[in-house]
Design a protein around this ligand. Structure first.
Ligand code: GLY
Length: 364
């Protein structure tokens, strides 16, 4: 089963194909974008070992030289960008060529940014290999690298021309990586679709084993993202809703040194639980809502609290300070995504610091 979500952005519109066996169809799906039978694949060693042969088989007669970067977040910086851009130039990648980003969110963000700046912009195709990348980072055109000042601080909006989300590749994820990616799936139900949250409550435990359910969950998530990106491509308003749970998450990631102690999607799940706690404390949603969010995360075997993160964390005050570094700070005011109920998120700057500290202390 393959489903297609169209991202309607005028002359930057594109399709996201979601389903099984899409790697095997890569040649047929990418061919219409090619000016010559050649693409340039940028991936990382671990992903290459698992999926590069399958992608090349799917590309058939299309020549596909590949750059194998080091796995891990550290590659998503100036050095990794230089390596990628210089390799593409060494390979004589032309203005009209297509670059393929094969990998998770790190590769998608880095390669997308390299494509955005190479020869003032070449087209690229996302072939996301993690659940997180399939439901979030491969769609919507945010590309970036990290600097010593923080994550994703240098980047560009550069939409892909095609996204191939082959749900078969998710079979190779570790259970922890799958659960972390699920943090971004559940986010969609919580931010804007109570019915989807109910569907997840009923079906999500079977997602890791059932490719048909997986296709439905990825397709629905991508559709929700496409709808939001269509309304607000460059995050002047509604797109910030996609950051539900992320203000807490970014502080926790910084506090844990962006290490294996906390994966991004795990931080998003904790952040969503805390955003609902905060909303309930502020009288915005019922007390049952945070309990329901927690119950579902628990059923999925996911972290819900600061106390679920191994090792010591800074004080609540220090975490609040780290939130002040978030990109969502405008004129020095911290903006939160809160909720009036499940599926009813909104953006606000009107959050007393004392309540945030209370939520952090209760969760620690
Ligand atoms: N990952 C959030 C966004 O794409 O806006």
């Amino acid at each position: 089963m393959t489903e297609t979500v169209h991202v309607p952005l005028g002359d930057r519109a594109y399709d996201v194909h979601v389903g099984q066996g899409l790697m095997g169809q890569a040649g047929m799906l990418i061919q219409p974008f090619l000016r010559r039978p050649k693409v340039f694949v940028v991936t990382e060693r671990r992903v290459a070992g698992l999926h590069l042969d399958r992608l090349r088989d799917g590309l058939g007669k299309i020549d596909a030289p590949a750059l194998l970067l080091e796995p891990g977040e550290a590659i998503k910086g100036w050095a990794g960008l230089t390596q990628t851009v210089e390799w593409l130039l060494d390979q004589k990648c032309e203005r009209g060529d297509i670059v393929i980003a094969l990998g998770g969110g790190v590769i998608g963000d880095l390669v997308g940014f390299a494509a955005a700046i190479l020869r003032r912009g070449v087209r690229f195709v996302q072939v996301p290999t993690s659940l997180l990348a399939q439901v979030d980072s491969s769609v919507g055109g945010k590309t970036a690298i990290n600097t010593r000042h923080g994550k994703n601080l240098v980047g560009a909006f550069h939409q892909p021309v095609l996204v191939l989300a082959d749900v078969d590749v998710l079979d190779t994820l570790t259970p922890r990586d799958f659960r972390a990616g699920y943090g971004e799936v559940v986010k969609y139900g919580l931010l804007g679709d109570a019915e989807f949250f109910v569907w997840l409550e009923e079906n999500a435990v079977r997602l890791s084993d059932d490719p048909v359910l997986r296709t439905q969950a990825v397709r629905h998530s991508v559709q929700m993202k496409a709808d939001i990106v269509e309304r607000d491509e460059t995050e002047q308003g509604d797109r910030a809703l996609l950051n539900l749970g992320h203000t807490f998450c970014h502080a926790l990631e910084a506090a844990t040194g962006y290490s294996d102690r906390l994966l991004h999607g795990e931080g998003v799940a904790i952040g969503c639980a805390l955003a609902f706690e905060l909303s309930s404390r502020l009288g915005l949603c019922s007390q049952e809502d945070p309990s329901r969010v927690r119950a579902h995360l628990q059923a999925m075997g996911m972290s819900r609290d600061l106390s679920d993160i191994p090792g010591d964390l800074p004080s609540a005050e220090a975490l609040l300070g780290l939130m002040g570094q978030d990109k969502k700070v405008v004129d020095g005011t911290l903006r939160f995504i809160l909720a009036r109920g499940i599926g009813e998120a909104f953006v606000t700057a009107d959050v007393p610091a004392g309540e945030v500290l209370g939520v952090l202390r209760a969760s620690a």
